[in-house]
Design a protein around this ligand. Structure first.
Ligand code: SD4
Length: 340
């Protein structure tokens, strides 16, 4: 990010950074207009998609669905059918979506469907359930008109999988140098060619009417055990929205987000009066405490927005960034972290 962008962020998030304590959070002033925020640099492009809805006066739920679909569509990105497979060579996808009135939908272990987030929304709107998984989720998607895509790895995923097969290591392994540079990637694929694969996008936002919504979609950790689910499709872990309080989404080592009901815990911190950044920090501190020395081996990050449109984030390790878009600004922001 260039200096100009940093300055813009500074101006925009001046309110946010001031909101570290309870008292300050309670007196937060409302930002004017919609706000959307999403994880990692891919979030910049996703936010543009969301803005087609928000900028035209549309609602937050449509925006967060449309926004992350941009990332699901990016063949050489990190999320969706172009992403890394599980250790048996199959891409399996997880996603969830939630609105400001506790309506939520989720799909997990879904194969051969391009837009899991859109299926998650259909689960929310067209079934009496919150979550569908595996073959059942796929069957539902097909019955809703989603095409069954070929079971074929993208060229990047093919290459990464071949490389991974050389050692087939399934241990969270940290390359400290890389974590500092790229901020992510506890599993083996992260080490390939020194690049971290961000295999998730989480997005939370507020529309012009003050309604919050959130979405989260992922291929999960690359080379995971077949059938493994992370936090991303789990309401309360990878995503949580309370229309009266705020919204949060998570990225990183899903197992450790699930353990602390991560996104829900962050929202509860905001309910108690903490600003979004401090709320994220509090839950990261809980993970740090639980993990002991092992915390050096994992990355977790949260982004949150409160009912006033104030945004905050916090990660275990440095290098995590999030994309923020408002009426006046479009920036990538480096989050604060436990380790510096
Ligand atoms: C998972 N939380 O499946 C996801 C991974 C992730 O960027 O966030 N990757 O555990």
């Amino acid at each position: 990010m260039n200096r100009k962008s940093f300055l813009k962020v500074g101006a925009l998030t001046g309110v946010a950074t001031a909101m570290l304590g309870r008292t300050a959070a309670q007196s937060a002033t409302k930002l004017s207009g919609p706000v959307v925020v999403s994880t990692w640099d891919a979030g910049l492009r996703a936010n543009k998609g969301a803005w087609e809805v928000l900028g035209a006066g549309g609602n937050a739920l449509d925006a967060v669905e449309k926004g992350v679909m941009v990332t699901e569509n990016e063949i050489n990105c990190c999320v969706g059918l172009g992403a890394n497979p599980d250790r048996d060579g199959f891409v399996t996808l997880d996603a969830c979506i939630m609105d400001h009135r506790f309506n939520c939908g989720s799909v997990a272990f879904l194969e051969r469907i391009k837009h899991p987030i859109a299926v998650a929304r259909r689960v929310m709107e067209k079934t009496p359930h919150v979550m569908l998984v595996g073959d059942g989720a796929q069957q539902f998607a097909v019955s809703e008109g989603f095409p069954l895509e070929p079971r074929e790895l993208s060229p990047d995923a093919k290459k990464a999988y071949k490389k991974w097969l050389e050692n087939s290591k399934y241990e969270p392994q940290i390359n400290r140098e890389n974590i500092e540079n790229k901020g992510h990637g506890p599993f083996a694929p992260a080490q390939i060619d020194g690049e971290w694969n961000h295999d998730t996008i989480g997005m939370v936002g507020i529309d012009a009417n003050g309604h919050l919504a959130g979405s989260c979609t992922t291929s999960g950790m690359g080379f995971k055990m077949r059938g493994r689910l992370g936090d991303s499709p789990i309401i309360g872990a990878g995503l949580y929205v309370d229309g009266e309080v705020g919204a949060c989404t998570a990225t990183g080592q899903g197992e450790d987000v699930i353990r602390v009901a991560g996104s829900h815990s962050v929202v509860e911190m905001m309910r108690q009066g903490f600003g979004p950044e401090m709320a994220c920090q509090k839950v990261i501190e809980r993970i740090v405490k639980i993990k002991g020395d092992d915390v050096k081996k994992i990355q977790v990050a949260f982004i949150a927005i409160n009912k006033n449109g104030v945004v905050g984030a916090f990660a275990i390790h440095k290098g995590f960034s999030y994309a923020l878009k408002t009426n006046t600004s479009e920036v990538l922001v480096k989050a604060k972290s436990w380790f510096n």
